[in-house]
Design a protein around this ligand. Structure first.
Ligand code: HEM
Length: 179
């Protein structure tokens, strides 16, 4: 997993909590190299899982909520860090429809070792996008938070429905514009 995911997660924790909280988290999560991550480095995604699980225990926020909250935060950070993806896009459905074929393609050019999920996007009717998430890392909660962050970012009300995980682990989201 790319270091940017770790550095953004730890910055979110530092902004939310006072004093030594982030240091205590890193120490007690039992991470190698003292949690010293660089944005362009690559680290085992199990270290991210360890950080999230430990943060959940320390904050008493359930793991799915930690991941969703992080997804919302990360989306806003992506908007700051990668403004080029937002040029000309005015609606969350148009943005979310480009993750697989545009955004993550560019991410892979920047970081050839990125471990990215797969998104299949379908527009079954006007104002609706169905997005199916597939990843060996099973981070559908993170994806849900990113989708929520995306809807909030564009300021156009949409409802997000999440289906149950399929037997292959995929999860379908239905994002619908509220008329
Ligand atoms: C400007 C927008 C975006 C950028 C620059 C971006 C970039 C990235 C990067 C750098 C990673 C880390 C890859 C790795 O750890 O090796 C990642 C992973 C991921 N991205 Fe995106 N992304 C964007 C938008 C989105 C959106 C809107 C979603 C959700 C619908 C999404 C879903 C995910 C998920 C769930 C992962 C975690 C890896 C996994 O599930 O296998 N991304 N993305």
């Amino acid at each position: 997993m790319k270091g940017i995911v770790f550095t953004e997660f730890l910055e979110m924790i530092e902004a939310r909590h006072d004093g030594d909280f982030a240091d205590d988290l890193i120490v007690t999560a039992g991470l190698p190299h003292d949690g010293a991550y660089t944005a362009v480095g690559t680290y085992p995604h199990t270290e991210m899982v360890a950080l999230v699980v430990r943060y959940s225990a320390m904050s008493e926020i359930p793991v799915p909520e930690v991941l969703k909250g992080f997804g919302r935060h990360l989306f806003e950070r992506f908007a700051v860090l990668y403004p080029v993806f937002f040029d000309q896009v005015r609606c969350p459905l148009d943005f979310l429809g480009t993750i697989e074929d545009v955004i993550h393609v560019e991410v892979r050019k920047l970081y050839p070792d990125a471990e990215l999920p797969r998104f299949d996007a379908v527009r079954p009717e006007p104002g609706v996008l169905e997005l199916t998430y597939r990843s060996e890392r099973h981070l559908a909660d993170l994806a849900e938070g990113l989708i929520e962050g995306c809807v909030k970012h564009f300021g156009v009300p949409h409802e997000i429905e999440r289906g149950d995980a399929e037997s292959d682990g995929s999860v379908r989201f239905r994002i619908r514009k509220i008329a």
